[in-house]
Ligand binder design. Sequence first.
Ligand code: MN
Length: 334
Amino acid sequence: MSNTEVAPQEILCETDMTCVGVEILVPRQVPLGGPRAMDVRRTLPQRQRSLIGAWCFLDHYGPDPVSDSGGMQVPRHPHTGLQTVSWLFTGEIEHRDSAGFHATVRPGEVNLMTAGAGISHSEFSTPDTAVLHGAQLWVALPDAARHMAPTFEHYRPEPVTGIGWTMRVFLGTLAGSASPVATHTPLLGAEILLEAGAELTLESDVSFEHGLLVDSGNLVLNGHAVAKDHLAYLPAGHASLTLAAGSDGARVLLIGGEPLGEKIVMWWNFVGRSHDEIVAFRDQWQAEIGAPDGSGPASAAGAGTDLRFGPFPPGQAAALPAPALPNARIRPRG
Ligand code: MN
């Protein structure tokens, strides 16, 4: 992956003359799930930044006319050691997983899948979806929780409104709105809509670092301009966040959390703690989908309890084989 497009760190001096580094993470285009599938704008991880709190991955996509992009077509694939957070602005996605959950992801509703020790799932935009627009984020599970049984949660936050703004808090607590979705480290996730010229100041936890993704419009965060599709990173230590929308208004995703404080090894769809652990996850996935070289069909998946990534409902599209491992050992980051 090329990271040459990453902007140099910019320095912002606030009125108290404390210089605070604000990193702007520039998106890169990545084809999702194969050459036929749509492109996503990936802002996390980057070479310079692996984590924001426990958030370890951010893909932002659309608005894509599904007739052009093919929409989201991601057949069964595995995950370990993380949670996936799906948040849509437009369109719908059908989710199916090996923990027995079958759900529709809809705008304004968070779907959170906890992989724990291992899960496999598929994600397809629904036949009725004409335009797909949203984000998928991953949260790294701390070592104490990463071997837990897989599960799935769904929550539709009640919007919180003020003068010129509307907020939906899907993880953690902000502006008096608390999500009931359990997290394994202190986390924040919210969608904020700002009307043209609106300004919003939020009290923030000084122990949290934050990321702000601009989905539409443009915006100034604590005095620093953030362009559409970019992710601004603020280190811990801020007691407040001030968002000021430009003349087009803005829609943003605000994420945050306490620094994870652990190094992770992340490769393909796996989060682990060592290269050897990732190799073992990959080997097990290839074995469970029924072909050591990954070329075979999806397993009919018996009901054996020793399956890390199964069973999976029959009659689905063939599972995605893992790519080849890199030649070098995968290094811990974070
Ligand atoms: Mn996935």
